[in-house]
Design a protein around this ligand. Structure first.
Ligand code: RB5
Length: 152
């Protein structure tokens, strides 16, 4: 069974209650690393928790949600090996897998509602990376990450 790690800040608690069962019903195990209360929390810590689980292979994919999807995606993308994308409509969610081989889907709980979120999740989780010329381009992105490491 494939695993999805789900992380959210305080803006997405209600949305998450609807989305985790939805992802489980699609046949995934879901690990919840987000907050479950509306007390304000810092989205970078949650983005990092999602991203590390994906980068370490403890989850196949991540879903990370904050108010806009932006802050948490920026945090996720600081972890090596992560390609996180912010989506607000299904076409981009589909192509984030097909052409960009993204491994974390981000969206904004203050931007979209639950039905759009489910459409994004369907496109993201049901689409395989196309490979071919797109693999070369994704490799180029990951080379940027390798060339710009400052901690080695
Ligand atoms: C929290 O108010 C908000 O800043 C956060 O959820 C997110 O939208 C940041 O990018």
């Amino acid at each position: 069974m494939k695993t999805v790690v789900f992380g959210n800040d305080h803006t997405a608690v209600e949305l998450k209650k609807e989305l985790i069962p939805y992802v489980e019903a699609k046949g995934y195990q879901v690990i919840n690393v987000g907050t479950d209360t509306t007390d304000s929390v810092d989205y970078p810590a949650i983005g990092e928790a999602v991203a590390v689980m994906v980068a370490e292979g403890k989850a196949d994919f991540g879903i990370a949600v904050c108010g806009t999807g932006l802050g948490i995606s920026l945090a996720c993308n600081k972890v090596r090996g992560i390609r996180a994308c912010v989506c607000s409509e299904p076409y981009t969610a589909r192509y984030s897998r097909l052409h960009n081989n993204c491994n974390i889907l981000c969206f904004g709980a203050r931007v979209i509602g639950p039905e759009t979120a489910k459409m994004l999740i369907d496109e993201f989780l049901d689409t395989e990376f196309e490979g071919g010329r797109h693999a070369r381009r994704v490799d180029m992105i990951m080379d940027i990450e390798r060339r710009n490491r400052t901690d080695e």
